[in-house]
Design a protein. Structure first.
Length: 92
């Protein structure tokens, strides 16, 4: 197994022990992915997305990055933070 798989495996075990210690009715995956979603869309995610947009915008302005890649970053951030609205729109 490569290093990423080992780290992911240890993270899952650690989080499952934490959930059992809390006596939660959540499953390991529900709790884990819920926390990951909250981290990505919470304050940390907004901060990292803002930094990514600012840095890639400055790099594109000075010619160190193609504008296409900046637009890709912009669309990725928009999809990430607008996922709830996109799913609601698709469901009707």
């Amino acid at each position: 197994m490569n290093l990423c798989k080992k780290i992911f495996f240890l993270l899952m075990i650690t989080l499952s022990w934490e959930l059992k210690a809390q006596g939660s009715e959540e499953t390991v995956f529900t709790g884990t992915f819920g926390r990951i979603y909250e981290a990505i869309t919470g304050d940390l995610g907004v901060t990292l997305a803002s930094i990514a947009l600012a840095v890639s915008g400055i790099m594109a302005a000075f010619g160190a990055l193609r504008w296409l890649y900046f637009v890709m970053v912009l669309l990725g951030v928009a999809i990430l933070f607008g996922a709830d609205d996109i799913v609601a729109w698709i469901r009707g």
